[in-house]
Design a protein around this ligand. Structure first.
Ligand SMILES: [Zn+2]
Ligand SMILES: [Zn+2]
Length: 303
């Protein structure tokens, strides 16, 4: 079992580093932020509750979720967390509604969640297991970039990014605690606003996408997906202009039938950026303090 976050440390746990493609090693995007007495989940992609179970994190300890944008790989796990999180067992046991912050549209998500969770809720209320109010999403709409969350010294700032014409708005996040800074691009193309607001980050995690020219020519679906994201050269330019202590790649849009090899991606990044670049994987814990420590699951998690 991992220990509680130490005083003064900003802890980032990558629960999911994937895209919509079902993959056992890369679940949908989901990032747990822990600092002081604050716990916030940013995005809640597929399988987030499984990853919390692996780490021994109680689902009931999550009372606040922030959504970056409304692609399924960033919020499809929300309904599992909402329902399963109320079950009165040690792995869950949430005793409050779930506060969910999102761009415009979050009210509809909350209304829809109340509807789809009704059959389960009715059974558990009849069995006297739960208070029905705890299976409610309380929606908080944020309509522009800026501070979304500011409690107990933990500040989470939305940064407007460019994820394509029909996915507006979409946000990256800058997380600040005790002088430590973590930035996650979420889904975006090369974006000057993100570069500007990611300055001074200790850890900067950026998405990346790449495909062979013949794949782009022959598979229109791959081209649509790739056009919404940042190329390896783009990501190299972003890291070169921000120079975080730790640069990391996540949300790897490397699609079948002929996915671009990871070492080709990193070689292209290296044409623009001469620093160290790591590739994220699910269940990595990153502790940001005087230094940056990266703890793999088999050392920091539950065996
Ligand atoms: Zn995505
Ligand atoms: Zn997206």
């Amino acid at each position: 079992m991992r220990s509680k976050v130490r005083p003064g440390i900003l802890r980032v746990t990558l629960l999911g580093t994937g895209i919509p493609n079902p993959h056992i090693n890369a679940f949908g995007t989901s990032t747990l932020i822990e600092a002081g007495d604050q716990t916030v989940l940013i995005d809640c992609g597929r399988g987030a509750v499984i990853r919390m179970g692996q780490l021994g994190i109680s689902l009931g300890s999550i009372e606040t979720v922030i959504i970056s944008h409304y692609h399924s790989d960033h919020y499809s796990g929300l309904f599992d967390l909402l329902m399963t999180g109320t079950i009165p067992q040690p792995y869950a046991n949430r005793k409050v509604p779930l506060d969910v912050y999102g761009p415009p549209g979050i009210e509809g998500v909350a209304e829809g969640a109340w509807l789809i969770t009704e059959p389960d809720r009715n059974i558990r209320v009849a069995d006297k297991e739960i208070d029905p109010a705890h299976m409610r999403i309380v929606p908080h709409c944020y309509e522009e970039e800026g501070v979304v969350y500011d409690k107990g010294g933990l500040k989470i700032i939305a940064i407007e990014v460019d994820h394509g014409e029909f996915i507006q708005p979409a946000y990256a996040f800058r997380v600040e605690y005790n002088g430590h800074v973590f930035v996650h691009s979420h889904d975006t193309r090369y974006n000057e606003n993100l570069i500007y607001q990611a300055k001074g980050a200790d850890v900067f995690i950026h998405e990346v996408a790449s495909a062979h020219p013949d794949t782009l020519a022959n598979y229109p679906g791959v081209k649509v997906a790739i056009d919404h994201h940042a190329t390896p050269r783009d990501v190299g330019r972003v890291f070169a202009q921000t120079r975080p202590k730790l640069a990391m790649l996540t949300h790897l849009v490397l699609l079948p039938p002929n996915p671009m090899p990871m070492d080709t991606v990193t070689a292209e990044i290296a044409m623009e950026y001469d620093g160290i670049v790591l590739v994220a994987e699910d269940l990595l814990t990153i502790d940001i303090g005087l230094n940056v420590s990266i703890i793999p699951y088999h050392h920091g998690g539950k065996l």
